[in-house]
Ligand binder design. Structure first.
Ligand code: ATP
Ligand code: KDG
Length: 301
């Protein structure tokens, strides 16, 4: 079972151009997209979050259930669902502005234990920024690592939501000893201002950096492994990074490699296969509007 911890929200995705383009609600949130992608790829997954009782919250939970994701430990609240207004550039890349004040997901509290059978826990995005929930997710991350559970971190930097960049950068560094796999985009890496080698020295057994259409690279103590992006007609890249995150976890689980030792021992063929699978999965997400990760059958052949 892979547990994904963090926010579920509604992305408002533009249809048309200009300031008055229609905004289409789409189910989203980095951790939410990761959980949906895991379910669609066929990995047993559970979502660990706090979700509103409003209609958006119900729709978010319905899709997780339909996808086979365990929602039994999801906390609920009467506060509204977070909204992320997306703008999409000519190349399909997305930027977000948020309505986060007083929303349900930021009142998450750390559970006393991880679900039975947890093999890995994934963290990331706004849930690690917005207090008081951020401290609770951080507590869960440290507890998982202290129990020897594999942890994945995708910071998914949303700079507009981070009140003090230097304080966040220091906090990010403090997480690294508790992180097994760090995945981030090239822009996130630039914003954080470190190098894969520095991050590897601080804890993770592997660092994976995504480079949009140029693909992705894994850095480990034993070497660097890169695959190119797939050729695809991009509608928008919403959820592409989350699909990579899920595909990596799914691929590692399938190889029985959800441990730092197994990760460090994955050779060139192992990494190339894993990254290639992630690139194919992300290309499917890029080919459709909003975060719609692929089902396993779409990646066969
Ligand atoms: N234009 C593209 N063509 C083909 N593949 C792409 C393209 N853009 C993104 N991808 C795939 O998606 C992966 C993740 O993309 P990117 O680096 O843009 O992540 P991201 O910025 O974290 O995305 P998001 O935050 O929107 O989920 C890339 O490594 C690549 O495999
Ligand atoms: O998860 C978030 O906070 C977002 O930024 C909304 C998007 O759905 C998500 O990041 C897409 O990767």
């Amino acid at each position: 079972m892979i547990v994904v911890a963090g926010e579920a929200l509604i992305d408002l995705v533009p249809r048309g151009t200009g300031a008055l383009a229609a905004l289409q609600p789409a189910l989203g949130g980095g951790p939410y997209n990761t959980a949906v992608a895991l379910g669609r790829l066929g990995s047993p997954a559970a979502f660990c979050s706090r979700v509103s009782y409003d209609a958006f919250g119900e729709a978010l939970l319905d899709r997780l259930r339909e996808t086979g994701v365990d929602v039994s430990s999801v906390q609920r609240g009467t506060e509204p669902t977070t909204l992320a207004v997306a703008t999409v550039g000519a190349d399909g890349s997305a930027a977000y502005s948020f309505y986060v004040d007083g929303t349900a997901d930021r009142l998450f509290t750390a559970p006393s234990a991880l679900p039975p059978g947890t093999r890995a826990v994934s963290f990331g995005t706004c849930s690690l920024v917005l207090e008081p929930g951020a401290s609770a997710y951080e507590e869960l991350m440290r507890a998982a690592a202290a129990q020897g559970v594999f942890t994945a971190l995708d910071p998914n930097i949303r700079a507009g939501l981070i009140p003090d960049a230097d304080a966040y950068r220091a906090r990010f560094k403090s997480w690294l000893p508790s992180v097994s796999l760090l995945k981030l985009s090239e822009e996130d890496a630039r914003w954080l201002g470190g190098t894969p080698q520095e991050w590897l020295a601080a804890g993770p057994a592997a660092v994976v950096i995504t480079r949009g259409g140029d693909g992705l690279t894994a850095y480990t103590a034993s070497g660097e492994y890169a695959v190119p992006g797939e050729r695809v007609e991009v509608v928008d890249t919403i959820g592409a990074g989350d699909t990579v995150n899920a595909a990596l976890l799914h691929g590692l689980a399938a190889r029985d490699a959800l441990s730092t030792q197994a990760l460090a021992a994955l050779g060139s063929d192992g990494w190339t296969g894993l990254l290639g699978f992630a690139a194919r999965a992300a290309a499917v997400t890029c080919s459709r509007a909003g975060a719609e990760p692929p089902y396993a059958y779409e990646l066969e052949g």
